[in-house]
Design a binder for this molecule. Sequence first.
Ligand code: HEC
Length: 124
Amino acid sequence: MACGGSGSVDSDDMLPVDSKYAEGKEIYSRTCVACHMKDGKGLEGVFPPLAKSDYLLADPKRALKQVVQGSDEVMVVNGVEYDQVMPPQDVTDEEAVAVVNYILNAWGNDGGEVTMEDLKKIQN
Ligand code: HEC
């Protein structure tokens, strides 16, 4: 993971987020980027932002659930209302944990981490 020098380092963050969460970043780039965009800012009114999202950071375990089970509800994210459907994502349990940990820490987010334990509790 920490080999080679091609990973970029978030300049406003002490941690090299992109290398610490390399797997999650890769999954994000493959799966989530189409809607939530590379910079995590989404598309206002259609796809909610993940970067500095009050909704995400208020309840990281809920994000895990949304990735695995999808989400179809009215939500207010950073003051803007969203009422769209996010389909369940085609990822393994490990990938779900990895990608959520990436979004919790990318773009200057400081959201901590979720674990496989958290995911198992959701699935029970
Ligand atoms: C097809 C488009 C699409 C894809 C792909 C997608 N999402 Fe979403 N996402 C949405 C929409 C639409 C919502 C709002 C859902 C609602 O209103 O219930 C949402 C909501 C969210 C939220 C909660 C709101 C917020 O902004 O904090 C999180 C977290 C999230 N998505 C993470 C992800 C992650 C991680 C992936 C990739 C594994 C992903 N999404 C893939 C469309 C998408």
